[in-house]
Ligand binder design. Structure first.
Ligand code: GKR
Ligand code: MG
Length: 424
């Protein structure tokens, strides 16, 4: 079944002023929407990053998929590997071998291929008349658990051209507990993740302790995005250790995480130090992390993420799931994938509650009791709202953002804000 057209549309959607280790979210987050059309009239959908380098790769590779079979994932891999802006190295026998130093071409390929693969799998599942989860090996669960993803935040953006969000400021501990309460009331989440690394570590630890008091039955995680030194991470581990389901990326590098685990015995999770199979291998040798947060957007697609989950099983690691700001196509891809991976044993991350716009005809994907239910129609189960796509593409063209830069955005509030890492 031949591919007749591939479209990549960059979009921008409203995003609240959420704080993180790098700085603060900009008023708009970027994504790319991928459409793959087949000669039998199917339309497969994908969603991925919309920052300039990824977008460039997607636009370069897209025309080279046309004419291939929608089932030929190896052919698609070759087409992407051979048309990256920084050529990929050693991925497939005929991939171009020139490589500029330090271009991380391995991840560029994984991101670009992952974006197309979701749309290809959506088409494949539609053609065979099955929900995507069945193509992926079958559902081991009908609903996928997600966690309440809390952020420190300002009440409003310094420079947004739209009204502020209804969540208000969340800097103090009572404000964070109120944010958790609101998110749980709205979506019924059964576990909580606090994004940290933004404010003083002892203040963030206090917030986590207050969350534990307010929600004694909710498993809790804290994620400072490697913004704590090993000394700080050890000190906070002593304070919070007994409250944590896992301790996510407290400190930089595989070496740092290995030392921290040795010193504290706490289960460490990551989406920062194990992001490729090469890093996975090194991590195993060092016992650096015990849980890997998978993400098909940067692990090279859904099939590669299933392989990652099998590797985790083989080496006795846990599997959870990472998220960036995303819309409903990604949420349904994450849900079908997580439903087909037996060893996803934790509630997955999602930024979805922070988003108010979407590009799917079904409207917002419902999250009920903290879970997203599988769809039973063929494929991913979502269709494109062309009018919304057009609007969000217009927003991309007018918003002035082409690559996410949370540090530069923070300098608009605090001119002395630096990229120093770890900051605490
Ligand atoms: O969007 O601010 C954010 C997050 O911090 C994101 O950039 C991280 O990639 O959510 C992510 C994480 O778990 O590290
Ligand atoms: Mg993380």
């Amino acid at each position: 079944m031949k591919i007749t057209a591939v479209r990549v549309t960059p979009i921008a959607f409203k995003d609240p002023p959420l704080l993180n280790a790098a700085g603060i979210h900009e008023p708009y987050a970027l994504r790319s929407i991928i459409e793959i059309e087949t000669q039998c009239g199917r339309l497969g959908l994908g969603e991925s990053y919309g920052d300039a380098p990824v977008l460039q790769d997607l636009l370069l590779a897209a025309p080279h998929l046309v004419g291939q079979s929608v089932f030929d994932l190896n052919g698609a891999r070759r087409a992407v590997a051979n048309h990256l802006s920084a050529p990929a190295q050693g991925l497939l026998p005929d991939a171009t071998l020139a490589l500029a130093p330090s271009t991380h071409s391995e991840k560029a390929f994984a991101k670009a291929f992952g974006a197309f693969e979701t749309a290809l799998l959506d088409c494949q599942a539609q053609i065979v008349g099955l929900p995507l989860v069945e193509l992926l090996g079958g559902a081991v669960r009908q609903e996928v658990d997600y966690s309440a993803y809390l952020f420190f935040k300002y009440a409003k953006h310094i420079d947004a051209d739209y009204p502020s969000d209804p969540w208000g400021q969340a800097i103090s501990s009572p404000e964070i507990v109120a944010q958790a309460q609101r998110m749980i009331d709205l979506y019924g989440f059964g576990s909580i993740k606090l994004k940290a690394g933004a404010l003083e570590p002892d203040h963030e630890a206090q917030c986590l302790e207050d969350l534990a008091k307010a929600f004694p039955h909710h498993p809790l995680r804290i994620d400072p995005n490697a913004n704590w030194s090993l000394t700080t991470a050890e000190r906070i581990a002593q304070r919070l250790g007994r409250l944590l389901e896992y301790y996510e990326d407290p400190t930089p590098s595989l070496e740092g995480m290995a030392q921290l685990h040795k010193a504290t015995g706490l289960p460490l999770a990551t989406n920062m130090v194990v992001t490729t199979f090469e890093e996975f291998k090194r991590s195993i040798a060092m016992n650096a992390v015990q849980i890997v947060l998978c993400d098909h957007h940067f692990w090279g697609g859904i099939r590669a993420t299933q392989e990652l989950a099998r590797m985790c099983e083989t080496f006795g690691l846990g599997v959870s799931m990472h998220s960036n700001s995303h819309l409903g196509i990604s949420l349904m891809a994450m849900t079908h994938m997580a439903a087909a991976i037996p060893n996803v044993a934790y509630a997955c991350d999602t930024h979805y509650p922070w988003q108010v716009e979407d590009v799917i005809e079904q409207g917002r994907v419902p999250i009920v009791n903290g879970k997203v239910r599988l769809t039973h129609t063929p494929g991913l189960g979502v269709t494109l709202d062309r009018e919304k796509l057009r609007e969000l593409h217009e927003q991309f063209l007018s918003c002035g953002i082409t690559s996410r830069n949370d540090a530069a955005q923070m300098r608009k509030y605090h001119p002395n804000h630096t990229n120093k890492k770890p900051r605490f």
